[in-house]
Design a protein around this ligand. Structure first.
Ligand code: ASP
Length: 407
């Protein structure tokens, strides 16, 4: 997805940022006319959100299928694939847990907003852990999509994806089809995301009109929380894995990665950073064979920064709505954010759409996205940096492990 459109000169991220500032100003000015903002501005935001809700199901279904299909290369690369996938899933699950932990620490300073401006009807039903488990598995092909039951959509995607791999040659046209439909839905997502400046303005303005400036301060807090988590994950988790498994000092690793890190931070695209990431890891000693498999796979399925962002935003949005998340719900967030990482494209803004999936999986209102969408690019710069650093740490480790094995 490109942040530049041909007709508009300003990059999308700048437009969204301007929309955010305008929404805050308009919201503050309309504080005494909050009802007007709710009646006449918010509906346009609701249209934008409806479009996001519409695209999230197909995106999850097709991009996870396509991610799973890309794993078929595992057969070709034998043990490289196994270690890579285990490393990717473990670090992503740890990343989400770090995000949830710190967001819970910050929770006290997040505001509880007036939910009248936010579409949310709290559920009064209590569901047991066993029911939750049973509900993960679909009993019907269409219902998961029509009910936006994301866990069931993920299960469908995994089953179909593996079936395609198992069918091998016979399913080669299905592979092409899935990849093509993934691209088509990505294009639709790009079109919908190009409306985000209007969406952000129309959603945020009524929230500020009703809740005042408290919303603005809370955005700074949630950003700070996410960046603390990004930093801790990089400094603690990657330093540890690179040092113990990759036999490289963290300083050496981060110094060698600096060009890729700077590029990822400014481009907010893992896929865009791929060539420079391959170069950096090879200079650091990763073998060509390993980096050319591990890094493209990582840019497709491994998103630790995105997982942290989803954990932090889920807690932030829940607390803005005055919702207390149970331990079981947090575990669900760890599972869905880890799987969402497989389905998140390595392009700017993709994590925001996947946040809709994570929120739905624990029954949180998708409207909450409005609260964080205006500053998504700032989240995205950090999360992309972490995403590519995680891929690179894996390339270093797998190279080292393989070197030992062949010695
Ligand atoms: N921009 C991120 C990446 O390219 C994906 C995301 O939006 O979280 O890795």
């Amino acid at each position: 997805m490109s942040t530049n459109t041909q007709t508009k000169k300003l990059p999308l991220a700048v437009q969204i940022f301007i929309a955010l500032i305008l929404a805050i100003i308009a919201g503050l000015l309309l504080q005494s006319h909050a009802k007007f903002a709710e009646a006449y501005i918010k509906p346009f935001g609701t249209i934008f959100l409806n479009l996001v809700k519409f695209i999230v199901g197909p995106i999850v279904l097709f991009s996870i299928m396509s991610g799973i299909i890309s794993l078929s290369d595992i057969k070709k690369v034998g043990s490289i694939g196994g270690i890579t996938v285990v490393y990717y899933f473990c670090t992503t699950a740890v990343a989400t847990a770090i995000g949830l932990f710190f967001a819970n620490l910050f929770k006290g300073s997040f505001p509880v907003l007036s939910t009248s401006s936010l579409n949310y009807e709290p559920s009064t039903e209590s569901v047991s852990a066993m029911d939750t488990l049973v509900n993960v598995f679909p009993s019907n092909f269409l219902n998961p999509l029509s009910d936006s039951n994301m866990l069931q959509v993920i299960v469908m995607a995994i089953l179909i994806g593996f079936a395609i791999i198992l069918l091998g040659e016979k399913a080669s046209s299905a592979v092409k089809g899935v990849n093509l439909w993934t691209e088509i839905f990505m294009k639709v997502m790009e079109m919908i995301l190009s409306l985000s400046p209007v969406g952000v303005f129309c959603l945020l303005c009524p929230v500020v009109a009703i809740n005042g400036s408290m919303v603005v301060g809370s955005l700074a807090k949630v950003l700070l929380c996410a960046y603390i988590c990004y930093l801790i994950h990089a400094v603690v988790v990657y330093s540890l894995t690179v040092f113990t498994l990759g036999k490289m000092t963290p300083l050496q690793f981060f110094r060698g990665m600096a060009p890729a890190i700077i590029f990822a931070f400014s481009s907010a695209s893992s896929v865009g950073t791929l060539p420079i990431n391959i170069e950096c890891t090879q200079k650091l000693g990763a073998s060509r064979e390993v980096s050319s498999f591990v890094l493209p796979l990582g840019a497709t399925i491994n998103m630790d920064g995105t997982a942290i962002y989803q954990g932090v935003c889920a807690i932030f949005i829940a607390s803005c709505y005055g919702i207390h998340l149970t331990f079981a719900q947090m575990l669900t967030i760890v599972a869905t954010a880890t799987l969402a990482s497989v389905g998140t494209a390595g392009v700017p803004g993709a994590g925001l759409v996947m946040l809709a999936m994570v929120l739905t999986s624990v029954g949180l209102p998708i409207d909450g996205i409005a609260l964080v969408a205006g500053v998504d690019r700032i989240f995205d710069m950090g999360r992309t940096t972490l995403n590519i650093t995680g891929d690179a740490s894996c390339a270093i480790i797998v190279s080292k492990l393989l070197e030992k094995k062949t010695r």
